[in-house]
Design a protein around this ligand. Structure first.
Ligand SMILES: Nc1ncnc2c1ncn2[C@@H]1O[C@H](COP(=O)(O)OP(=O)(O)OP(=O)(O)O)[C@@H](O)[C@H]1O
Ligand SMILES: [Mg+2]
Length: 276
């Protein structure tokens, strides 16, 4: 089933240049930046897509539209069967809360709040529907605990972000993104602030989630990370210039094991050298 269906998406930014506002001759010197110039993109349930392309090619603009943080200037975008361009701001907010899980480079966790409370947060903003299984505080807590278990943090639920490693903080953020069971996860350079080992852990977790059917769209600058996904789309000058399946997909947990092996060996050698 198609989760994302975009047709002819354009996004233009109209900028009044300073000189034109001074001369009161508005419009005469307006500059139009065409960030997206007619883009078609669709993704089915269970896909794992990398969004690549040089700086300024329109990746963040596309992510903002995919995430219903911004509307296109033209074109249609259907998300999980809902046409977003004609929806009012209430529906737009509902879609954002229920249909999309966001993961950012900088984790964006609340500092004075435990892992569990961070993950519970989106459930409080959930507009309860009739017979919503998450109406009670108990059910919400249970769901948050279960989601933290799924990202391997069952033993860290009462920790504050400052008591967790970068990789663990990003796991909390991924649990927070998943807790409402969204139609897809949108990740903008999710390993940008992490070292190699932690990046591999996060990519392994994404692969694991994707294996259970989660749809993931991830912006990355690094071909090494795109190699863990299933499909790579490339933008250039606001257009989609390439859309290819990943033929030799890498396994992040295997790479992590190899990386650990190499690094522990090196660390042991250094330790041995220091002891003598
Ligand atoms: N709010 C804005 N107002 C005007 N122009 C904008 C705005 N946001 C982005 N742009 C322009 O739109 C184009 C696409 O920007 P975008 O941020 O989507 O690129 P990107 O691919 O995410 O780049 P990067 O890899 O550097 O993050 C750029 O030319 C940028 O200058
Ligand atoms: Mg960007």
């Amino acid at each position: 089933m198609s989760v994302i269906e975009m047709r002819g998406i354009k996004r233009e930014y109209r900028m009044e240049s300073r000189s034109s506002s001074k001369t009161k001759n508005k419009g005469a010197e307006a500059v139009v930046v065409r960030a997206l110039r007619g883009l078609d993109f669709s993704a089915n349930e269970g896909e794992f897509v990398s969004v690549m392309g040089p700086s300024g090619s329109g990746k963040s603009t596309l992510m903002n539209i995919l995430g219903c943080l911004d509307k296109p200037s033209a074109g249609s975008y259907t998300l999980d069967g809902i046409e977003t361009s004609s929806s009012d701001s209430n529906t737009f907010a509902y879609i954002r809360n229920r249909k999309i899980g966001f993961v950012f480079q900088s984790f964006n966790l609340l500092a004075r709040t435990t892992a569990l409370e961070n993950v519970e947060l989106p459930l409080f903003y959930r507009r309860p529907e009739k017979k919503d299984i998450l109406k009670s505080a108990y059910a919400r807590k249970e769901r948050a605990v279960k989601t933290l278990q799924e990202v391997g943090l069952a033993d860290r639920i009462d920790h504050f972000p400052s008591q967790l490693s970068g990789g663990q903080q990003q796991r909390v953020a991924i649990a927070r993104a998943m807790v409402n069971d969204p139609a897809f996860i949108l990740a903008d350079e999710p390993t940008g602030n992490l070292d190699t080992g932690m990046s591999l852990e996060i990519m392994g977790l994404f692969q694991q989630l994707n294996d259970t059917g989660k749809t993931i769209i991830m912006v990355t600058h690094e071909p090494e990370l795109a190699a863990y996904t299933k499909r790579i789309i490339t933008l250039r000058d606001g257009k989609l210039v390439s859309d290819k399946p990943v033929t030799e997909r890498r396994n992040a947990f295997q790479d992590l094991a190899r990386w650990k092996n190499d690094n522990v060996l090196i660390a042991d050698k250094n330790k041995g050298a220091g002891d003598t």
